[in-house]
Design a binder for this molecule. Sequence first.
Ligand code: PBG
Length: 326
Amino acid sequence: MITGKYPNLRLRRSRKYDWSRRLVQENTLTYNDLILPIFIIEGRNKKESIKTMPNVYRFSVDKLTSVVAKAVKKGIPMVALFPYTNLKKKDQNGSEALNNDNLVCKGIKHIRKKFGNKIGIMCDVALDPYTIHGHDGLLKKNKILNDETLDILTKQAVLQAKMGCDVIAPSDMMDGRIGKIRSALDKNNFKDVQILSYAVKYSSSFYGPFRDAVGSKKLLKGDKKTYQMDFRNSDESLREVSLDIKEGADMVMVKPGMPYLDIIQQVKNNFRIPVFAYQVSGEYSLIMNGIRNKIIDKASIKETLIAFKRAGANGIVTYFADQLEL
Ligand code: PBG
């Protein structure tokens, strides 16, 4: 690195005025960097608040029009859909995931019809919103089955693609799912449907409010440590990403966000592919509560989002996406 020496070199010179700071800034945040998650519920004309996530709501499908219109207007490139499934539709094997009239399918169709290709639609592939035990895969004798789960996930992905989903986002952390999903999509002539793999997803305490939002929190039996990653590990994240790239992932996600900036940076530097960060529900609620209680100010939001960019993320999934003024 080329450097200088005080007093010839005074780094404060470039910080003197606003214009000068803007001139030398290394990273920027625009709406292009953001993905907006949306929670969907049954019913009509419904906007339901979520206790643990201030300012975030569950919307009925008809209400998606105004939510997505706002995102389109801002130039947010993509929304991510998550269903709050009624308890009576949940079962041991998450069969509602394959119902072609489930909330996610309805949501995709609605958005596609109203907005054409003006905004991307991304959908999680995992069973947790649909299982009575809250796990992402099939549960048998206290074990989460891998290969048996893959069959259902593959069907779920193909169904979402059929409905018009642009970006399939497997978030279940089963081994081998990207390859299976890629070949099933191709076989069904969805060769251009993209896969954003949640390649690096840690078993984390920061998902609490999300599980509340999709109604799986109280149901969850045990934890997800046999499939989600141990937060003590970083080398393993590179192995996960390299596997998923070989299997056909177009883009990868690192999740949660802020405690894992080192991982984002390593993934970016090692693979030079599109990397996304998920600023998860727990991070969102902590920041939001801090702002509401006047412990930190609103500018903290942008600071966290720029941090992801600085680390190397191409974009961020964040519940702040439609609340920000950039
Ligand atoms: C489920 C899923 C989770 C999140 C996104 N997809 C939770 C989990 O794995 O338990 C978390 C998102 C958030 O906390 O905002 N596969």
